[in-house]
Ligand binder design. Structure first.
Ligand code: NAP
Length: 226
């Protein structure tokens, strides 16, 4: 679980660990890692690595191989805002923090993924629906979504899927302006924020079901319809 020490990744790791699947959570921050492992209990272990750094991923995967299933839930964040004022450097930082982390993680894990394995990306609703002010995020998450069908064909029988969350109640929102989380939560037809466990449930389905590949599941309260 790349990005398993918080939010969606932590909720998915908890599901796997509870079901008795040996689970490894990866993050950059030792304190968060220790807290997560404490919470997850003996079914899980933690590894410190920055998934933006390919060499660090190569070392990590060689060390923990073979990998049954890879889930990439590392967060990004940069690249939001109205297009006319959007700084290209901010969008580049967003690509670096999210798209390249997903790309690098999937590519570095490939030689170590076991037969019958899978890759599950975590993109975002911004990649699926037309929300003014999110062109940068749409490009970043849309790029991740577009990897899915092509890789599902190219890498078969390895399965490749994604979940596309809407507004989910996780620490990702902690540094966002006051009121933004509530405002964004109300935009979906279900008019509420999702829980990390609701996204984790879709991730677990994609990992478990051996006949599903090449799909992106919206877990967004209907946001993609707006
Ligand atoms: N929350 C939402 O409303 C929402 C909506 C749409 C999409 N998403 C997507 O869902 C995914 C998970 O988000 P979240 O809400 O669960 O965020 P979160 O609570 O901030 O968790 C992010 C996790 O990623 C890890 N991480 C970030 N960069 C990393 C890197 N370079 N290498 C290794 N680990 C890294 C973080 O740990 P460290 O900081 O210790 O590295 C943490 O464990 C993200 O891709 C996010 O874009 C979230």
């Amino acid at each position: 679980m790349i990005g398993g020490t918080s939010g969606i990744g932590l909720a998915a790791a908890a599901l796997f660990a509870r079901s008795g699947t040996p689970t490894i959570v990866v993050g950059r921050n030792q304190e968060k890692l220790d807290k997560a492992i404490n919470e997850l209990g003996p079914g899980a272990r933690g590894e410190l690595a920055d998934a933006a750094d390919r060499a660090s991923l190569d070392r990590l995967f060689a060390q923990i191989a073979p990998i049954g299933h890879l889930v990439i839930a590392a967060s990004g964040g940069a690249g939001a805002g109205p297009f006319a004022a959007l700084a290209a450097d901010d969008v580049r930082r967003g690509f670096q923090a999210k798209f390249w982390v997903h790309f690098n993680s999937a590519q570095a894990a490939l030689p170590h993924l076991a037969e019958g394995g899978s890759i599950t990306f975590v993109s975002a609703a911004s990649g699926r629906f037309a929300n003014p002010g999110t062109a940068g995020l749409a490009a970043i998450n849309g790029a991740i979504n577009r990897l899915v069908p092509t890789l599902a064909r190219e890498l078969a029988p390895l399965r490749v899927n994604a979940v596309s969350p809407g507004v989910i109640d996780t620490p990702w929102w902690d540094d966002k302006p006051a009121g933004m989380f509530d405002r964004e939560s109300r935009k979906a037809p279900l008019a509420r924020a999702g829980q990390a466990e609701e996204v984790a449930d879709a991730i677990a389905f994609l990992v478990r079901n051996g006949f599903v590949t090449g799909i992106v599941i919206d877990v967004d309260g209907g946001l993609h319809l707006t």
